[in-house]
Design a protein around this ligand. Structure first.
Ligand code: AMP
Ligand code: ZN
Length: 460
């Protein structure tokens, strides 16, 4: 079976044909590093990690290049730096914020079982490429300088008589309607009310770089140009897959396409545009601005990262997920069982019953149903398939001992009570043995008697 992916631009599932099977290229918009990431931000990380793993499985590890950027120039970062380090010069404070947040982001996504991308470019290290793209856009008449800003003109793009894509095609919007519906209080230096910023002046004390387009004052890039520049530097003018959350389709990705295609005379920036749906709480998108968020960091105090990962993958990536405690508890029970039976088993190749649904636009819920099927008749296949999906990074003993630590149960105390219970049973004092079993249950310990003796585990 071939890989098929849903493409936001053509709005259909299409067979995936890489531009170069020896160098399959994917770009995913990464975090803006100003604060802890919330579990909604973990969704694209996990979804595209599964795709990265699947592509490596299909094309070979050495033939897939995955780029996920770090946005380290942004107003939110500057605000945070001023608030948290009021005594420091702004540039130094900003470095502290981005370093701390970047480190935290890595710790979080490592715990979720996500492989590190092949390259993690930082915006501040690609200012030269941003300037270069902006110069090309100005030279070709798609952008202009005004009052120390450089603006991109979607109207110039759509007026160009060429093979360029139409501005609005990705997000399925009409430029005429955008023009008609634009806010009236548009900045005076904009020629058209849908023009967007490529470059802007820095306020005093803010990070700044020499400006393009003949502007004397130093300035800084807009957000959209950052991704066009980093994708170009690491993947070229035209590559295979571009991903991110559904909220990025407009304006961020629409503008990335406009910048890249107009600068390099391309019909396309990426051949497949993939977008994950929202993670929701009580039917609302989880977001910082709504205040209804829970950070990955907080969740990791209560749950192993693989539980969060499984919980995420139970829903197809394009559907909304309702994040609930009940579902987390079920995911934890499932993983406890899989660890017990499969973690220490030599894995076989991933089972076709798991790989096939993944090939169908990453149908992870169906792949997980297939894992449950393997549980009853093919443990080696279960082990191999779980590993393909990024599970079983620990041994069964490590998993169990982490669970014990997290539960606060003292293993020595449990063993002592079990020995007492065995002694009580040997002298047929069943009242005492039942009392000890109930005591253990109250501590959250479940015991299982078999002909080989008694085993115990933390009940979830
Ligand atoms: P941000 O830092 O807000 O730019 O988000 C980083 C990534 O997380 C982007 O790909 C967003 O689309 C994605 N994202 C943010 N909130 C959610 C959410 N509630 N559900 C799914 N993805 C999200
Ligand atoms: Zn981006």
């Amino acid at each position: 079976m071939e890989l098929r992916l849903h493409d936001t631009l053509s709005r259909e599932k299409r067979p995936f044909v890489p531009l170069d099977a020896k160098n399959v290229r994917m770009y995913v918009c990464g975090p803006t590093v100003y604060d802890f990431a919330h579990i909604g931000n973990a969704r694209p990380v996990i979804v595209f990690d599964v795709l990265f793993r699947l592509l490596r499985h299909l094309y070979g590890e050495a033939h897939v290049k995955y780029v996920r950027n770090i946005t380290d120039v942004d107003d939110k970062i500057n605000d945070r730096a001023e608030r948290d380090f009021p005594g420091l010069p702004l540039n130094e404070a900003i470095r502290k914020v981005t370093e701390q947040t970047g480190r935290q982001f890595h710790a979080d996504v490592d715990a979720l079982g996500a492989l590190r991308p092949s390259v993690e470019p930082r915006a501040t290290e690609h200012i030269a490429e941003m300037r270069e793209i902006i110069e090309k856009l100005v030279a070709r008449g798609f952008a202009y300088a005004a009052e120390d800003h450089v603006l991109f003109s979607p109207q110039a793009m759509n007026a160009a008589n060429s093979t360029l894509p139409r501005y609005g095609a990705l997000s399925n919007r009409s430029l005429d309607e955008m023009i008609a519906g634009a806010r009236v209080d548009v900045a005076p230096y904009k020629k058209g009310n849908t023009d967007f910023v490529l470059w802007k002046p820095s306020k005093p004390g803010e990070p700044s770089w020499p400006s393009p387009a003949g502007i004397k004052a130093e300035g800084r890039p807009g957000w959209h140009i950052e991704c066009s520049a980093m994708a170009w530097k690491h993947l070229g003018e035209h590559f295979d897959i571009h991903g991110g959350g559904i909220d990025l389709v407009f304006p961020h990705h629409e503008n990335e396409v406009a910048q890249t295609c107009c600068a390099f005379h391309q019909e396309r920036m990426a051949n497949y545009w993939m977008h994950n749906g929202f993670l929701q709480v009580e039917s609302e998108k989880m977001s910082k601005s709504l205040g209804n968020f829970i950070t990955i960091h907080e969740l990791l105090k209560d749950w192993p990262g693989e539980v969060l990962r499984l919980n995420m993958l139970k829903t197809h990536y394009r559907s909304p997920i309702d994040w609930t405690m009940k579902s987390l508890e079920e995911s934890a029970k499932t993983l406890d069982d899989w660890y017990r039976v499969a973690a220490d088993v030599a894995p076989a190749a991933p089972a076709a019953s798991v790989v096939e649904p993944l090939l169908d636009d990453l149908n992870t819920p169906q792949a997980i149903a297939a894992l449950h099927g393997l549980r009853s008749n093919d443990i080696a296949g279960l082990a191999g398939s779980l590993r393909l999906l990024g599970f079983l990074s620990e041994s069964a003993a490590q998993w169990e001992s982490r669970k014990q630590q997290a539960s606060g149960v003292d293993a020595g105390e449990v063993e002592r009570l079990l020995a007492e219970r065995t002694a009580a049973r040997a002298r047929k004092d069943f009242k005492e043995s039942d009392r000890i079993r109930d005591l253990l249950a109250a501590m959250g310990v479940a015991i299982k008697d078999s002909k080989d003796g008694t085993t115990w585990e933390i009940a979830r």
